[in-house]
Design a protein around this ligand. Structure first.
Ligand code: ZN
Length: 87
C-alpha cells in the first residue's frame, strides 16, 4: 500500500488538533521547513499509524507528529506556524 492510499486530509483530524491546541488548527498557516510552501494545516496530509503524522502536501516532509498515549497526546511540530489571534 502506498502512502497516498492511506492518507486523509488535515481536516480529518481537526478534532484531534483542536484538542491539542484549543483552537481550530485547520486554518492555521504553516510554512514548510523543507520546501518553504505555505499552506493551511487542513490541506496537509494526515497518515494514521500508532499516532498521526501530518505531512506537507507539496514535499511530503513531516509537519506534525502526534503520539497517542493513554492519558496524554504528545505533539512534535516542524516548520513555522501562523495562528490568528482573536479580535
Ligand atoms: Zn514541504
Amino acid at each position: 500500500m502506498t502512502m497516498d492510499e492511506q492518507h486523509i486530509d488535515g481536516n480529518g483530524i481537526a478534532g484531534l488538533l483542536g484538542e491539542i491546541a484549543g483552537a481550530d488548527m485547520t486554518i492555521v498557516m504553516r510554512r514548510c521547513q523543507s520546501c518553504g510552501d505555505r499552506r493551511a494545516l487542513g490541506e496537509h496530509r494526515a497518515y494514521r499509524s500508532a499516532g498521526v503524522v501530518l505531512r506537507c502536501p507539496n514535499c511530503h516532509d513531516v509537519a506534525v507528529v502526534i503520539g497517542m498515549q493513554e492519558t496524554r497526546l504528545v505533539a512534535a511540530w516542524h516548520g513555522t506556524y501562523e495562528i490568528q489571534r482573536g479580535t
